[in-house]
Design a binder for this molecule. Structure first.
Ligand code: THU
Length: 151
């Protein structure tokens, strides 16, 4: 099953290109002295089309490490935006850096009104971009029993 495609950066809409550029920019702010692996993320909100960015924030005790995606989510949600249209993630490794399981579940909570979120992954060189969606990355996502089972 094809759950993603890889396309040239130049073929993407200006909106998505801008989101990827924002993720690349915020990546330079990453606080990652333990892994030395910087990640940047940018979220486009459905309402108002606002961009929220986030970088990874690590900690000496390791457990409380914040991924870039969840930093951006925290900023958007605390400003009152809870429906995301698009998310970009930029990091530099051999393959594309895809959101971890915790970030997938976190993003899943804030799907746009069409029930999905577009996800774009790239390296900082912004040459090729992997395009997918949260429903492809997290099929059968957990949904709160509170939403589903109330009488
Ligand atoms: N990391 C992210 O910020 N986002 C991802 O999608 C993958 C991993 C961070 C967490 C940690 O600070 C570093 O990358 C190494 O795992």
């Amino acid at each position: 099953m094809d759950n993603f495609k890889v396309v040239p950066f130049s073929s993407l809409s200006e909106t998505v290109q801008n989101l990827l550029k924002s993720a690349t920019e915020v990546r330079t702010k990453a606080y990652c002295p333990y892994s030395n692996f910087s990640v940047g993320s940018a979220i486009l909100t459905e309402k108002d089309g606002k961009i929220y960015t986030g970088c990874n924030i690590e900690n000496a005790t390791m457990t409380p490490c914040m991924c870039a995606e969840r930093t951006a989510v925290a900023k958007a949600v605390s400003d009152g935006y809870m429906q995301f249209k698009t998310v970009a993630v930029v990091a530099h490794q051999k393959d594309f850096t895809a959101p971890c399981g915790v970030c997938r579940q976190t993003l899943s909570e804030f799907r746009s009104s069409n029930g999905d979120i577009e996800i774009y992954l790239s390296k900082p060189s912004l040459d090729n971009v992997l395009c997918t969606t949260i429903s492809q990355l997290l099929p059968l996502a957990y949904v709160s029993y509170k939403k589903d089972s109330l009488p």
